[in-house]
Write a protein that binds this ligand. Sequence first.
Ligand code: PGA
Length: 252
Amino acid sequence: MKTLLIANWKMHYGPIKAGGWIRAFRRERLPKDVDIAVAVPHVSLAAARSSLGRASIPALCAQDVFWADDGAFTGEISASMLTEFGAQYCLVGHSERRLHLGETDEMVAKKASALQKANIIPVICVGETEAQQKRGEALKVLRQQTTAAISQLASASKTPFVFAYEPVWAIGTGKACPAQKAKEAHEVVRAVIAKKMGDTTAQQVRILYGGSVDVHNIVEYMTTTGVNGALVGGASLDPRTFGLLCRTAIPS
Ligand code: PGA
């Protein structure tokens, strides 16, 4: 299965800086046989697309979407709008949206389904908070979030879906999740998919790890069974650092 590495800028880089990042990253020597994407703020999608020109690397990833096609939803953006920018991926259910904007499992499911219908690959983020981990509820939370997220997805769709396991306590803290623990979490997510959608689908789903991934620990995740890539926040803000991270992840 092809590794997927996604840079997640979060709320950084408007159109001017986005163009600069893309141009700088395009100058990096990149490994082959890996999918690389960059999750940019909506407002910077057009600039990122025009800086890319005809190039397809990195692929564009949106950071969120609304589930309806169009209508009276002030401030929202639909999947069909994202296709106009050539977005191939879109994050859904990032913990920052779940925590700060009250995004629920049901909303995440509707968003993932809308993306799949529009042929955009949903990258569904799941993961427990520190409090849930301390209460020993991590795997229960993962099962719940995963079950809900796939409830409206079609296993036979030509558009695959991707999961990202991101323990909230590891995001932006420098406290990356030990690879063994991540492996266990990935197995739980895959087992839920297998139960609901069958083994074949479950084996094809890429599950990324996210949470304080950097150039020093990326190899550990890449060599862990069941970890099929990474969602990288802080260590992706500098295009050269992210380029180095990609080369380190997949040494040529
Ligand atoms: P981080 O963020 O790499 O800065 O921890 C990851 C993410 O939230 O996607």
